[in-house]
Every structure is written in structure tokens, then in C-alpha cells.
Design a protein around this ligand. Structure first.
Ligand SMILES: *[C@@H]1O[C@H](CO)[C@@H](O)[C@H](O)[C@H]1NC(C)=O
Ligand SMILES: *[C@@H]1O[C@H](CO)[C@@H](O)[C@H](O)[C@H]1NC(C)=O
Ligand SMILES: *[C@@H]1O[C@H](CO)[C@@H](O)[C@H](O)[C@H]1NC(C)=O
Length: 583
């Protein structure tokens, strides 16, 4: 009989401790060693010096080679390496090292899928129709890569890239040199920092490509918004029909894939991409990513560090403000040297008409264009069909699992936003699950429509919701009918900061005012857009028909910015900034 009973629990324990120890190492074992401005024009010398520092700490050239992920040597000096905490501390004391920053995982912005499903690249008429189409500008996009076959990236009419361009077309899964063209003039991908934190990414499940190819669509969206060529008849399920084109359709695109299908991006990878973009010769860097508050100080923030060196070399850097609005102090990427961009609405509306049984009509907003419309259905108020043991308030807002399935089936359910249930999307989900015919969601007036496009859902304001209730109380058999959505342009006051967009002030540097440029060139009354008028400065360049708005806060609008930057750089007359006046 084998006799290890007494010893083997101990073995198990040791194995367990070992694996815990390994797990501990696996989380944040990548450090960015930042060494400031580079002191030589010889990238190879810099790289050697980075290896030397690492060899001295780790004891051998071989272990230094194993540990180093990137040598930053074009825009600034530094490196990223896999280190233990104590090794990182030792390196921080090496002369020449400015700061050692633990690798961070950043998130992609635009978490709301409808946001980029619904919104085709916006048409930026006005300034750009005057011939300012980004000609000669190279936009570097730090994102999830690109789907190069998309029509927006055809290179008809594009000139050859300029001789100053030093970028490359890096190959990988389903991406080879033939995928670059006169529109996509460069493409690279960065994964070492991400894999050092999370282990190897496997492309075999088809979820991700180890190449510049975009597996999720985010980077394709941002790139085409910034620089897409014209695509005729672009639309989303028949809505918003028109010509889709990027803000700067004549600009070139350089793709830097730093984010992965999980939505995560490693700051060590991002920094390597910025370093290369500086070397390659981009004019503008666009990044819709970041991490939520607490904000790191600028020396602990890879995006702030990299953008600092980019801006110092005349490259404009445009970052997203985040999507955690509408609350104050939620804005991120607030370094004074970057443009921080908020989401805005445009003057486009998707009206849906609700006809009541008494022939009155109520107007709301909807994306739905599918079947089941133009027919009367009985309507009930959620609170009147609460499931057993559910209070009326929860059922009134049509929260999940609050409605009686028997009573909801086949009906249009009227729901009112509550403090706890604020979303037409959730109401639609609960009614869809119960096989209801549709949802009318009443809430405070906003242009931010959260109805899904896949279910008959109309968003109305409280006033319209209340008049529906009045009708229902007065009618023995209340019924309603929805009519098709169609796009109406120009009837809304726009642009406005979108509801979900993060707001200022910066929780790190509250006194920094930032520039807001919006793509719509219509006049809007001061104070309408301005969330905190005391902090806002309006600068009007009347002869350019361009309103610049200096405001403290500024996701998908990000990619439009590069187009405007191109424009404003060359067109804002010197001295224009002196016309600043406080409102
Ligand atoms: C590159 O990819 C394209 C399309 O996937 C393919 O047709 C072409 O043969 C590839 N070229 C090379 C050199 O591998
Ligand atoms: C509603 O309008 C239609 C067509 O205009 C008409 O045939 C119908 O009788 C009206 N119904 C009521 C209740 O007024
Ligand atoms: C739903 O309502 C019906 C009819 O009033 C009732 O018989 C049934 O028990 C209710 N079911 C639930 C889950 O509340």
C-alpha cells in the first residue's frame, strides 16, 4: 500500500502557493521605465543603453533580452520590461530614469454599441466643402485596427504618400502588404504588453487577428469617421440615408492596433505605438481610449507622456473625454497638451409618430423600421400590469421581471423612467421577453435615444407620456399605432454635448480650460451648449464661419477632430486667439 497520506497535503499546499505566487506575478508585471527626452539621434545607441540598464539589474544580457518588451527611442527615451516589484524599485534609482510606471490596462471608448451602429460617419459639410479635405495630412489612429476591405478605405483619387512618410505595412493574420493602399499608408500592431499581462492571445478561435485587422469594428469606425472616402447610399437600416464620408476624406491613414477584441489596451503597447508614430511621420494622433478616474498624474499616465513628446514635435494629439456622463468630474485624458473631445449630438432626428385610437398623435423618437407598425395595438401602463409581489414603481418603469407576462403579451406597454430604471433599452428587453408588441418609454427630454433598433420602441418625453396616460384613463379600449421613422435634418438645436459624454472639470487639474471644437457650423446661442457658463469662453471666427468653443470638457467625435485640426492649423489667422472674450 502506498503511504504518502501524511506528506501529500503538504505537496498540494506548496503547489497551490506556487501557483498563487505565479498569479501574483502575472498581474502588473510589466513596467514602463520613462527616461525623458532622448539625448542622442542614434536609436541604436539608446536601445543599447536600455539593455545595459536592464542587464545591470537582472544580472545578465540574456535575462535583459527576455525581459524587455519595447525600447522607446524615437520620440523619447525609455523602455517597457517584465520586472518584479523590487527590480522596478531598483531601476527607479538608476541615474537618467525619470519615473517607473506600472503598465495599465486602458479601455476603449464607445461602449454603447448602438452609438456606432446607428451613427454612420458624419457628414462634415461647410468648412470641408470649401476644399479643406485633409489633403496632405497623415492621421495616426490608435485603436483596434482596421477592416481594410471597407469601402471607406478605397484609394480612388488619392495621391502617393509623401516622401517624409517612414511607416510600414506590418503583416499578420489575414493582413498582408496588399491591404495597404494609397489611403491606408501604414499599419502596425502591438501586443507584447497585453500578452505579458494576460497570456497569449489565440487567433485560432476566429475572435481576434494577430495583425492590424480589426476584429470588433471600433477602429474601423473611428478611422472612417476621421478619414473615410465617400460612400454613396450609406445608411443604417434605411435611416440616415446619405453620403457617408470622413471628416478629412483626402487625408492618409496610419493604423496602430493597440487594443484587442476584449476592449483592453496595454499602456506599454500604446506608448510603443506613439513612439513609432512619431518616427513614421504622422501629423495627428487620434486615440479613443483611456481609464476611468481616479486619474493618474501626468508622469504616471502613458498617454500623457507619449502625447507630450508627440506635441513637442508638432504632432496634434486628440483623445476622447470618456462616456461616463452626464456627471461632473468624469472627464479623462485631460493633459493640457492634448485635445480632449466630448461626444455631441447633431441636428438629426429620428421621429416616430404614435397615433392614438382617438386620432390624436404624439411624436417621439425611434430607430425601428421593421415590421409590426401601422397597425393598432392595445396599450397598457406597466404599473397596471405588475407581476405578483412587485410594486407599481418598478413595474411602471418596466424593469426586468416586474411585469405580468399574461397581461403584457401582444400589447404596447407604456413605461416611465424612474430613478432606478433609466433606460428604454431595459424596458424594451423586458417587454420583448414577454412577447409584448412594443414599448413607449417616457423620460426627461433628451436627444440621446436608447431604444434598440431591433424592437418597436419609441422614446417620448414626460409630457407626451402623461398625455398618453390621460388618453388611456379616458378610453375604454385604448389603442396605439406606430408609424415609420424617417430622418429629419435641421429641426433640432445642435450640437449639444451628448448625455453620456463625460463632463469636466478635470479631477486632476480642475483649472485647465480645454478647447472644444464641434463639427456643426451652425450658430447656437451661448449658454445652450455650455454646461458651466462661468468656465466657458467663446471664440468666434466669423469670417471662417467657425465657432471654437473653449470649455473644460470636450467619443466618437474624436475622429472628427483631426479633420478640423488640419483645417484650423492652416486657416486660423495669427492673432485670432487674441479675440478671446469671456462670457
Ligand atoms: C494578400 O492577401 C490577399 C487577400 O487576402 C491575397 O489575395 C494575396 O494573395 C495575398 N498576397 C500575398 C503576397 O500573400
Ligand atoms: C380617425 O380618422 C380616420 C381617417 O381620417 C377616420 O376614418 C376615423 O373615423 C377617425 N376616427 C375617430 C375616432 O375620429
Ligand atoms: C398574471 O395575471 C394573471 C391574471 O390576472 C394571474 O392569473 C397570474 O397569476 C399572474 N401571474 C403572475 C406571474 O403574476
Amino acid at each position: 500500500m502506498a503511504s504518502f497520506p501524511s506528506s501529500w497535503p503538504c505537496v498540494v499546499l506548496i503547489a497551490l502557493l506556487c501557483s498563487l505566487f505565479l498569479l501574483g506575478l502575472a498581474s502588473s508585471n510589466v513596467y514602463i521605465v520613462y527616461m525623458g527626452e532622448r539625448h542622442t539621434d542614434e536609436p541604436n545607441l539608446l536601445e543599447d543603453s536600455h539593455h545595459q540598464i536592464l542587464s545591470d539589474i537582472l544580472g545578465s544580457k540574456e535575462s535583459a533580452k527576455e525581459s524587455i518588451l519595447y525600447s522607446y527611442k524615437h520620440g523619447f527615451s525609455g523602455f517597457a520590461a517584465v520586472l518584479s516589484q523590487s527590480q522596478a524599485k531598483l531601476i527607479a534609482d538608476v541615474p537618467g530614469v525619470v519615473h517607473v510606471v506600472p503598465n495599465r490596462i486602458l479601455n476603449l471608448h464607445t461602449t454603447r454599441s448602438w452609438d456606432f451602429l446607428q451613427v454612420k460617419p458624419q457628414i462634415v459639410d461647410g468648412i470641408l466643402s470649401e476644399g479643406h479635405s485633409g489633403l496632405g495630412t497623415i492621421i495616426g489612429v490608435m485603436d483596434t485596427g482596421i477592416w481594410p476591405e471597407s469601402e471607406s478605405f478605397r484609394d480612388d483619387g488619392m495621391g502617393k504618400f509623401p516622401s517624409r512618410w517612414k511607416g510600414i505595412c506590418q503583416e499578420g493574420n489575414r493582413f498582408n502588404r496588399s491591404h495597404c493602399n494609397r489611403k491606408i499608408i501604414g499599419a502596425r500592431w502591438y501586443i507584447k504588453g497585453y500578452e505579458a499581462e494576460f497570456g497569449k492571445l489565440s487567433p485560432s478561435d476566429g475572435v481576434e487577428f494577430l495583425s492590424p485587422r480589426d476584429a470588433v469594428g471600433h477602429g474601423t469606425h473611428t478611422s472612417s469617421t476621421a478619414s473615410g472616402a465617400e460612400v454613396k447610399n450609406a445608411n443604417f437600416r434605411g435611416l440616415a440615408q446619405g453620403i457617408a464620408r470622413g471628416g478629412a476624406p483626402s487625408s492618409w491613414l496610419a493604423i496602430y492596433k493597440v487594443c484587442w477584441a476584449t476592449g483592453g489596451c496595454s499602456s506599454a503597447d500604446l506608448l510603443a505605438a506613439i513612439d513609432d508614430a512619431i518616427f513614421d511621420g504622422v501629423d495627428i494622433i487620434s486615440a479613443s481610449l483611456g481609464s476611468p478616474p481616479p486619474l493618474s498624474t501626468y508622469v504616471d499616465d502613458a498617454l500623457a507622456i507619449g502625447s507630450f513628446h508627440a506635441v513637442a514635435r508638432g504632432i496634434s494629439v486628440v483623445c476622447s473625454a470618456g462616456n461616463t456622463g452626464p456627471y461632473p468630474q468624469t472627464v479623462i485624458n485631460t493633459a493640457p497638451w492634448v485635445m480632449t473631445v466630448a461626444a455631441s449630438t447633431i441636428d438629426r432626428d429620428f421621429p416616430a409618430v404614435i397615433t392614438l385610437g382617438n386620432n390624436q398623435t404624439v411624436v417621439g423618437q425611434s430607430f425601428y423600421t421593421g415590421r409590426g407598425l401601422n397597425k393598432f395595438h392595445p396599450i397598457v401602463y406597466g404599473a397596471d400590469i405588475a407581476a405578483t409581489n412587485i410594486d407599481g414603481t418598478s413595474a411602471g418603469s418596466c424593469d426586468l421581471e416586474t411585469l405580468n407576462a399574461t397581461l403584457a403579451r401582444g400589447k404596447v406597454i407604456l413605461c416611465f423612467q424612474s430613478r432606478w430604471q433609466r433606460s428604454a433599452a431595459i424596458a424594451s428587453k423586458s417587454v420583448l421577453e414577454l412577447k409584448g408588441a412594443g414599448v413607449i418609454f417616457a423620460q426627461f427630454p433628451t436627444k440621446d435615444v436608447s431604444c434598440p433598433w431591433s424592437f418597436p420602441c419609441v422614446q417620448v418625453d414626460f409630457e407626451a407620456g402623461t398625455s398618453l396616460l390621460t388618453y388611456m384613463a379616458a378610453s375604454r379600449k385604448p389603442v396605439v399605432k406606430f408609424s415609420f421613422s424617417k430622418t429629419v435634418i435641421g429641426q433640432q438645436l445642435a450640437p449639444e454635448i451628448a448625455y453620456f459624454s463625460s463632463r469636466g472639470p478635470s479631477s486632476l487639474s480642475p483649472s485647465v480650460l480645454k478647447t472644444l471644437l464641434l463639427q456643426e457650423l451652425i450658430y447656437w446661442p451661448p449658454g445652450h451648449l455650455l454646461l458651466h457658463p462661468s468656465y466657458s469662453i467663446l471664440l468666434k471666427l466669423k469670417h471662417l464661419h467657425l465657432t471654437l468653443n473653449l470649455i473644460r470638457e470636450l467619443p466618437w467625435l474624436v475622429p472628427i477632430y483631426p479633420a478640423l485640426l488640419h483645417f484650423s492649423k492652416e486657416s486660423i489667422p495669427s492673432g485670432a486667439l487674441q479675440q478671446l472674450s469671456l462670457h
